[in-house]
Design a protein around this ligand. Sequence first.
Ligand code: EPU
Length: 335
Amino acid sequence: MIREFQHISLRGRNSFGVEQWAARLVEFENTDDLRTIFAAGLPERWMVLSGGNNVLFTCDYEGLLLTPVSQRIELLADDGETVRIHADAGAEWDDLVEWAVCRGLWGLENLSLIPGKAGAAPVQNIGAYGCEAADAIERVHFFRVATLTEETLDAGQCGFGYRESVFKHALKGQVVITGIDLCLHRTPRPRLGYGDVEREAAARGGVTLRNIREAVCAIRRAKLPDPAVTGNAGSFFKNPVVEAAVAERLLREYPDMPHYPAPGGRVKLAAGWLIDRAGLKGHRAGRVGVHDRQALVLVNLGGASGAEVIALARNVQERVRERFGVEIDTEVNIL
Ligand code: EPU
């Protein structure tokens, strides 16, 4: 079923909580709805606004926003070890993680409490605590607006990388994701290599599926602001991937700098550490600030506009560039 809104406030539909307006917003459930919407002709400007957790509106949106609302999660196949499931694009990501954990299915637990909907997960290949959505996603279902057809891509065709996929590039503005299929497992496969996950799980009585989920939730709650309380979009910046020579130069000066191997002999640095070391953690500028427990996150301290957030972001990028000679790109989509 379609629900259509004209001239609608986006304040409750973006996790930064900025007040901007959209000319038109349509909530849809399925491919038939999308066919109805696009059969009337391709709007000049349109995009998907899912949970609004990775977007910053800096002005009103003079086009059509499409929001998936179907939240169905269902079992596709179960051979006793490998379990295949489907989630509609509008399912809350964390509901999906809880659904899997309740059924003893391994694969999503490290991605607990990531805000957003299932349909958005493959777009930037959400990741945390040593896992990425791409590790579990088997297939992505989408609607192609030019042909009004339903199509699928297998994971291998999705161009997944660190916060990357084909949906941010070749298919951007071409398709609407309607659902994802995931492959989960009954045999325990704990991934504990990252940060405090193992220690936090042990503190809860041992490495069980439920304890890993609880551990990740506790770590996130301790570090990241709750968007229901303080407007934010999680990591505002991506961790930069630099040439080995750049990392070596920086490590000579800052031997304690966190760094991780990346594909092609390159090195991933921690943007949060760079911002922190540039002296900006907890920095405030009027109604916006750099979160005081995780410098990757910019926060709306109350009533801020998108333009104020952008001004702070540019300042942060400049200070990191000046201090370290490293560019940090935004993870959040700026409109
Ligand atoms: N660090 C600091 N100061 C800070 C933040 C981080 O010194 O203010 C240091 C940490 O001590 C650590 C390193 O930087 O040595 C990396 O920090 P952390 O492990 O917290 O992870 P991150 O690289 O800052 C990434 C993701 C997060 C995800 C965590 C945990 C990106 C852009 N962000 O953050 O994802 O939760 O790893 O896996 O890759 C998100 O995308 O919205 C998000 C929160």
